[in-house]
Design a protein around this ligand. Sequence first.
Ligand code: FAD
Length: 231
Amino acid sequence: RDVLQRLVDGTDLGDEAWRASVLTGEMAPRFIVQRLWFDRPVAAGSAPFVGTAAYGHLDNVSLVHDLEDGAAQWAERCGGSVVELHAYAVPDDVTDDEVLADLRHQLERLHPELTGCEPVHEEVLVEADCPLAGTDEWAARPGVVTPQPKLVLAGDGVRCELPVALMERAATTGFQAANALLRHWGLPGHELWSVPTRARFPRSLRAARAALRLRERGLATVGRDSSGRGR
Ligand SMILES: Cc1cc2nc3c(=O)[nH]c(=O)nc-3n(C[C@H](O)[C@H](O)[C@H](O)COP(=O)(O)OP(=O)(O)OC[C@H]3O[C@@H](n4cnc5c(N)ncnc54)[C@H](O)[C@@H]3O)c2cc1C
């Protein structure tokens, strides 16, 4: 999205409102990815991917040798393991080194068998190029179709009314963008499938909401009495 902003900034593409919707988007705080090659295996039966909470800066751990052919071959040849640690939305007042030290500490909590094992190779990626999914008004974000008929947008920072995010939103808006261009040229596009975006039984939903409103106002009680009968 920062690249899109740089491309749009200073041009007369679209109209002013659209340019403003593109230019006001913010980027998320930086993320850090650390990939470590160990000459020691992880414990047998370890999960290939673990999402974590309350493990310091660590958000997840992937055993890359369980997921990728090249890493699997390396681990097999060396009797080792390839482990990737992710830290998202790193606060500005923490240094990369502090985060990396914490990631290592958290890894040893999850995989004590790697305690004291020095990696034979390490790669670190630090970037801040992800669009922020913040609390700004969703409807004000730029969507796939733009005021410029032949210009369409796709990516995870682009508004899409289907319940998708991240890679799925990037792929979905990619299809929608292609469909918009194909429509423009009078060609059929590709059908997109998603989960329902409306209630299957809208009347029941409306009735339940009305009952909830009445209960909140103290005008009625919705629930069951001690005998289990509805009241
Ligand atoms: C560490 C990390 C872990 C993630 N894990 C997950 C996950 O588990 N599940 C999930 O769904 N999503 C995940 N995501 C998010 C996912 O990667 C993104 O949602 C997705 O890649 C967004 O796709 P995109 O096409 O919008 O942007 P990108 O994938 O960033 O693609 C943009 C492309 O544009 C290219 N580019 C940049 N500037 C220019 C230029 N000037 N000219 C030409 N090309 C340019 C870039 O090289 C890049 O290839 C993760 C992201 C990160 C950073």
